[in-house]
Design a protein around this ligand. Structure first.
Ligand code: SAM
Length: 224
């Protein structure tokens, strides 16, 4: 039994389970496993999910917060989910953030980000794009999260990871790094689980230096 064979078996298991339980993606189980272990959600929490399509995490978040508000944002449209709001747009663009904040109307208890760049096959480039997206997610959280809020964010592991971790550590009292069982064992993705948001001066997103090609995702941007 090779590592790859085991990874494929595991993917198949979660794929079947997602179908059976009516979840839109296998990714749902990553969030379920993270929440079971790290206790992210509480009844009534408000949740923002960045990079939410097709909606597997939104389904889990809604189940776990009950009457709490759940909003998902993505470049791709998300089919409606009962009790869940959505925003269509690019999280690196100010207009998207403005629409999101308008719909939210208050600060959120939880920010989730499962955002991923289109995988180009060149690992260090994919890693750098993932780090860049995660940095945007952190910046979005500066605008969205209430004090003591929680955040779960995906990032591809690699030599720039320490930069992301440091950004989390500046803002949160507790920062843990975890790879749930539902993550493919061959994959290099990990999740940062951060709790106890201290509050952080939000930085403006400058779009003039951001280039986003929606078909083939690239980000060349900076947050000043
Ligand atoms: N958590 C989702 C679920 O359970 O269904 C799966 C998310 S999928 C792995 C990653 C998503 O991130 C894609 O749908 C992609 O369109 C989105 N994404 C990537 N870059 C983004 C950006 N700049 N703004 C908004 N969404 C983005």
């Amino acid at each position: 039994m090779t590592k790859r064979w085991l990874a494929e078996r595991r993917q198949e298991k979660y794929y079947r389970l997602a179908k059976k339980l009516d979840y839109r993606s296998r990714a749902s189980f990553k969030l379920i496993q993270i929440d079971d272990r790290f206790e992210i959600f509480r009844e009534g929490d408000s949740v923002v999910d960045l990079g939410a399509a097709p909606g597997g995490w939104l389904q889990v978040a809604k189940e776990r917060v009950g009457d709490g508000m759940v909003i998902g944002v993505d470049l791709r449209p998300i089919r409606p989910i009962d009790g869940v709001l959505t925003v269509l747009g690019d999280i690196t663009e100010k207009g998207t953030m403005d629409e999101l904040l308008g719909k939210l109307g208050k600060k959120a208890d939880i920010v989730l980000s499962d955002m991923a760049p289109n995988i180009g096959g060149h690992y260090s480039t994919d890693h750098a794009r993932s780090v860049h997206l995660c940095t945007f997610a952190i910046n979005a959280a500066d605008n969205i999260l209430k004090r003591e809020g929680r955040m779960v964010a995906k990032v591809f592991m690699g030599d720039l990871f320490h930069m992301v971790k440091e950004e989390f550590e500046k803002r949160f009292r507790s920062v843990k790094v975890h790879a749930p069982d539902a993550t493919r064992s061959a994959s290099s993705e990990v999740y940062v689980i951060a709790k106890g948001f201290r509050g952080y001066e939000p930085k403006e997103i400058h779009n003039d230096n951001v280039e986003v090609k929606k078909a083939k995702f690239t980000v060349k941007g900076e947050i000043k």
